[in-house]
Every structure is written in structure tokens, then in C-alpha cells.
Design a binder for this molecule. Structure first.
Ligand code: ADE
Length: 248
């Protein structure tokens, strides 16, 4: 997968050299390129923003540097490309659709992700219209709160999507059992010692009875999800529940 990131703060992305994403880059699974948006502004002050038409607080990012920046990585003829090859332009914004695990799964099969990190009040809307002729454009939000810019949101997406690329995670089974993969939160986990500070590991986990352990873990998932995220329980398809779940 190729990833291009456009930002006025390229330093934010130095963390991509470490951890899992760093390893994936070494293995050649992910090819990340970070670009300074100001390199595409041509005045003495390398200006990328201006005042908003219609008035209002703050500044808006100008269309010209963005169009030049994106043109430097967008291929010709993207409109005729097969879905997986067509670049996906991701625009972090509190006004975007909320990013979920299912979205991460979907985006992990794409070959080219481009992140357009806005600052200030956002990017001139015409950039998104212009780009839609050349890529699939998706404004996305990390959640219902406001960050200062798209950099932290893009880093979160790169990690969430990057770890789903085949060959990234040592044990793919760990991806199947984690929170959100089945619409529920993950069950609680424990490791040695079995008694710590007077607190015991639940006896069922020491019983060696795999059937019982699986049932208990599923019950913990349902219990934890009902308590912490009742919205996820509401959204569960009845077909995804077994008979014992329904009794819980
Ligand atoms: N930029 C500012 N706030 C954001 C959010 N919540 N999600 C994604 N990008 C953002």
C-alpha cells in the first residue's frame, strides 16, 4: 500500500518510523511519503490560508496549493481505474463520516491512500469537488470532538488500517478476537501470576475447559458492551447472536 500525507506539519509523522507501522515500512508492505503543503505555495511567505468568503472566524486553506500538491501524486486516468487501484483521498474533518473498524477493514484493501490534513477552519470546499474527478474522496471524523488539525486523526487511521494489511500482524487470529471485529467489545484478559495483590484470575480461565472458557468470554463481551456501549448492542443483528446470547 502506498500512503501520501500532505500537511503543514510533516514532523507529526516522524512516529511512523517506529512500532508496527515502522516494521511494515521496513518489510515493504507500506510505502509512506509525507509532503509539506507549503512546498506548493509560491509566495515569499509560503501562504496556504486566507480569510473566509462570507465572513466568520478563522482562516480557510486555499485551493491552489492543495490542487498542486494533490496533482503531484494523483495518477492520470484515475476515473477508469478499477476500484482497488483508484486512489482514496481521505480528508480528516469533524464534519466527516465517523471512522469505524469496518471502515478500516474496507480501506485496508486499497492500494493508494492520500491524506489531506487541514488546519484552521478547513480546506476550500472546491478542492474536494475538483479531487472527486481524480480519486474517491472521503471526509472522515475520528469522533464527535474537535482537534486542531487532521494530523492526529490521520495517524490514527494509518495505524488502524495499516495493521490490517496481510502480513502486518504476526498472529492474524488476534485480529478476529479483538474489540469491534464482531460488533462487541473485547472480553477482559489476564496473565500470570494467578493471584496478584490479593486479586484472583477468574477460575474458569484456569479450568482447561475450552468450551466453558469460550462461553464465559462471550458472556463477558455481552455484559461489558451492554454496560459501556449500549448503542453497539442496539445495532447488533439478531442473526449475529446465538441462543445463549439471547438468554443473557
Ligand atoms: N480535525 C479536527 N477534528 C477532527 C476530528 N474529530 N476527526 C478528524 N479530523 C479532525
Amino acid at each position: 500500500m502506498r500512503i501520501d500525507v500532505f500537511t503543514i506539519f510533516p514532523e507529526y509523522f516522524s512516529v511512523l518510523d517506529i512500532s508496527l507501522v515502522g516494521k511494515a515500512r521496513e518489510k515493504g508492505l507500506i510505502d509512506v511519503h509525507t509532503h509539506d503543503l507549503r512546498d506548493f505555495a509560491h509566495d515569499r511567505h509560503r501562504t496556504v490560508d486566507d480569510t473566509p468568503y462570507g465572513g466568520g472566524a478563522g482562516m480557510v486553506m486555499k485551493a491552489q496549493p492543495w490542487a498542486e500538491a494533490l496533482s503531484s501524486v494523483l495518477p492520470e486516468g484515475a476515473d477508469e481505474m478499477p476500484h482497488a487501484k483508484r486512489p482514496l483521498l481521505l480528508v480528516p474533518s469533524p464534519a466527516g463520516q465517523v471512522f469505524k473498524q469496518a471502515t478500516a477493514q474496507e480501506w485496508s484493501s486499497r492500494q493508494h491512500l492520500i491524506f489531506a490534513c487541514g488546519r484552521y477552519e478547513g480546506i476550500d470546499e472546491r478542492v474536494l469537488e475538483w479531487a472527486a474527478e481524480r480519486a474517491d474522496v472521503v471526509p472522515f471524523s475520528l469522533g464527535d470532538y474537535v482537534l486542531n488539525g487532521g494530523e492526529v486523526a490521520s495517524l490514527a487511521i494509518i495505524e488502524a488500517v495499516g495493521r490490517l494489511i496481510p502480513g502486518m500482524v504476526g498472529n492474524p487470529a488476534s485480529l478476529v478476537e479483538e474489540s469491534h471485529s464482531d460488533g462487541l467489545l473485547e472480553y477482559p484478559v489476564y496473565t500470570k501470576p494467578s493471584t496478584w495483590e490479593g486479586l484472583e484470575v477468574p477460575a474458569v480461565l484456569l479450568s482447561g475447559d475450552h468450551g466453558k472458557v469460550d462461553r464465559q468470554r462471550r458472556d463477558w463481551q455481552l455484559e461489558r458492551t451492554s454496560q459501556r456501549r449500549p448503542d453497539l448492542i442496539e445495532a447488533l443483528e439478531v442473526s449475529g447472536l446465538d441462543k445463549k446470547d439471547k438468554a443473557t
